[in-house]
Write a new protein. Sequence first.
Lengths: 137, 143
Amino acid sequence: MKARLAALISGILFGLGLTVSQMVNPKKVLGFLDVAGQWDPSLLLVMGGGVLVTVLSFPWIQRRGRPLWAERFSLPTRSDIDRNLLLGAALFGIGWAIAGYCPGPAIAALLINPAEAVPFVLAMLLGAWLQPRWLGR
Amino acid sequence: MTTFTPISALIGGLMIGGSAALLLLGSGRIAGISGIAFGLLPASNGERGWRLMFLGGLLLGTLLAWQLPTLTFAPRQGFPLWALLVAGFLVGTGTRLGNGCTSGHGICGLGRRSPRSLAATLTFVLVAMVTFFLLRHVLGVLS
């Protein structure tokens, strides 16, 4: 129960952060990708601010041995860099540059710009659902 | 065109990092949006409760912030539907194949000092910048 409450509050904070940083605005994201035009480096500071918190807090949290309200940490264990990782990241990069949405902002935009976010998120879920059926086996 | 907004970007970034820290501390989970969302797809055997709570919170937090007039913006209009569908499909395919997106690899993975996440983040940022250049500056589409 408390683990779910933590998830709810974490989600709220994430949504507030995406909106405050304007990352829910795809034009802002595309401005960051436009290094040869009128570059808007804002996304770099969003990423920097986020990583600053995680890089300082994650080791401290993990040193506790277990989370506050769950049995154990559910963390990725792999450390190898394989073809699927790089191919997946590259396909994601192409899609990101076409519309200016990555998964978080696309879901956040469902209520504020549904005309764009609803078709995007449906196509995203379809792509994710189909992926193990045809690619990366 | 948008302008550089360093203060709000940094504050928003710190909030996103705080969100990831809270989720790890409280629930032991990684705040990677693609992983959280795709765990709800049919045939996924991940626990659903916390995922729904997180995504519900994400929508709620966005809506709350949206009540402040200084944080709102005019939603983009006239962007072609086909481009949204192609982009969404590629983002869904790529983030599932690559096990993560901007939040999972970018914010959380770099915080864990994961070499996989560093490789993924550098790849998707560089590929996105090159794709943007080819689409908007070479082909002159979608601008």
